[in-house]
Design a protein around this ligand. Structure first.
Ligand code: PLP
Length: 430
């Protein structure tokens, strides 16, 4: 597989390099040189396969012979160890539930495949993943890399500033997962990570990697569940399918559009955002004018400079598609709350991110069309806000309940780089 840097097309890398590097020069994103396409007959055959087998075929179409097919299949099987069910909500609307993984959000798919891809391309060389988290990312990264050979993971988080349950989710694993509570805030944690990456000697000794969120391996993994969704939708509805994607950094939508580019039948995509609406305004007015980011109920979408957008523009350019074909809409917190209630009345307990996507889908869906909105997180992940909106208690899902009584294994350090450095050298260099 060949990829090029969107900021400097002369920088070309293999899949392995792109996975290890994350970003190219000038912080440019990598984009695939070849966009594989399946014929209608091939798509029909693919849709008959099980999730893991089909996903291996889709990923092989991109990655080619850089990873032997049998090895890739084993990696996919390890990463996608949980289902992505389509659940009907109304006669003409269903949701794709992407929250049945260990950390209850769709980021488990991309995170776990990235972990497998990194372990594969690093080969026998030990690597250390160092990252800072304010909650969610740390949990996904920890679970994704847990027990992988030759990978040590160090996660810094601000002591006392993440929810106790959130902390239990990733600080009770142990083995190759080292969690460090820093006596300071999230910015201090990020600054320590940055200092570590600036320390060439440390970087070399530990083979430091950041497991960056814009890593191409994440996007490729996310393409697979769009195929899985279509496979579960009645065949006669497939050519009328409209998919609404709750968007923050626009990775999820990029993956959906790549699936369409491969030949998956999707009539239209909708970019659904909260009031952090840089993209919908851009699509309406043609001007890219990010505002100050605003805190909302759908906080994983509180992004005003979505970092995957250049990939979407490149894809539209390459395919000769027009951005005017991309559906879009914006929902504020009041409407989000009303929509969570409305969905509950229909018998579906949702959460703010999915509710944003549902609202816009419902408002824009036309007669004869079939709508699908992505359920990006388990409602219990946003327990406080959902319980406040619905005025009822949500049960704790097994993934959280089973960790709630385990002892915390975190280490405690002040926000002092010298001490962190000593810790890193002792814990991770074997
Ligand atoms: C990350 C996230 C999103 C936004 O996804 P992007 O790929 O960044 O657009 C939406 N919902 C939830 C629950 C998330 O965690």
């Amino acid at each position: 597989m060949k990829l090029y840097n969107l900021k400097d097309n002369s920088e070309q890398v293999s899949f392995s390099q792109a996975v290890k590097q994350g970003l190219g020069k000038q912080q440019g994103l990598f984009f695939p040189q070849d966009l594989p396409e399946f014929s209608q007959a091939e798509i029909d055959e693919l849709l008959k396969l099980d999730f893991v087998t089909r996903s291996s075929r889709i990923l092989t179409a991109f990655i080619g012979d850089e990873i032997p097919e049998a090895e890739l299949a084993a990696r996919v099987k390890a990463a996608f160890a949980f289902p992505a069910p389509v659940t009907p909500v109304e006669a003409d609307v269903a949701t794709l539930e992407l929250y049945h993984g260990p950390t209850l959000a769709f980021k488990d798919f991309g995170g776990r495949f990235m972990a497998q891809a990194l372990a594969q391309v690093a080969g026998e060389q030990p690597v250390t993943i160092l990252t800072a988290t304010s909650g969610d990312t740390g949990a996904a990264v920890a679970h994704a890399f847990y027990r992988l050979n030759n990978v040590q993971v160090v996660i810094l988080y601000p002591e006392g500033k993440i929810s106790p349950l959130q902390e239990k989710l990733f600080c009770t694993l142990g083995e190759n997962i080292h969690t460090v509570a820093i006596k300071d805030d999230f910015d201090a944690c990020q600054s320590l990570v940055k200092q570590a990456f600036d320390d060439e000697e440390l970087k070399k000794a530990l083979h430091l990697n950041s497991a960056n969120s814009i890593n191409i391996s994440r996007l490729l993994a996310q393409i697979c569940y769009y195929f899985e969704a279509v496979a579960q939708i009645p065949a006669e509805k497939r050519d009328q399918l409209v998919i609404s994607v709750p968007s923050g950094n626009f990775g999820d939508l990029t993956a959906g559009l790549l699936a369409k580019a491969m030949g998956l039948p999707v009539k239209r995509f909708i970019a659904a955002t909260n009031v952090n609406d840089t993209v919908p305004r851009f699509l309406e007015e043609g001007e890219w004018k990010p505002h100050q980011t605003v805190a909302t109920l759908s906080n994983a979408m509180d992004v005003s400079q979505p970092n995957n957008w250049p990939r979407i523009e490149e894809l539209f350019r390459r395919k000769g598609w027009s951005l005017s074909e991309l559906g879009h809409g914006v929902v504020n917190d009041d409407v989000t709350k009303e929509t969570v209630k409305e969905l509950d009345k229909k018998g579906y307990v949702s959460e703010p991110h999915a509710a944003v996507a549902y609202r816009i889908l419902r408002d824009q869906l036309q007669d004869g069309e079939y709508g699908l909105f992505l359920g990006t997180a388990h409602p219990a992940k946003f327990k406080e806000s959902v319980e406040a909106i619905l005025g009822k208690q949500l049960p704790l899902p097994a993934e959280l309940a089973e960790r709630a009584d385990l002892p915390l294994l975190s280490h405690f350090l002040p926000a002092d780089f010298a001490q962190l450095r000593t810790f890193l050298m002792e814990r991770t260099v074997k």
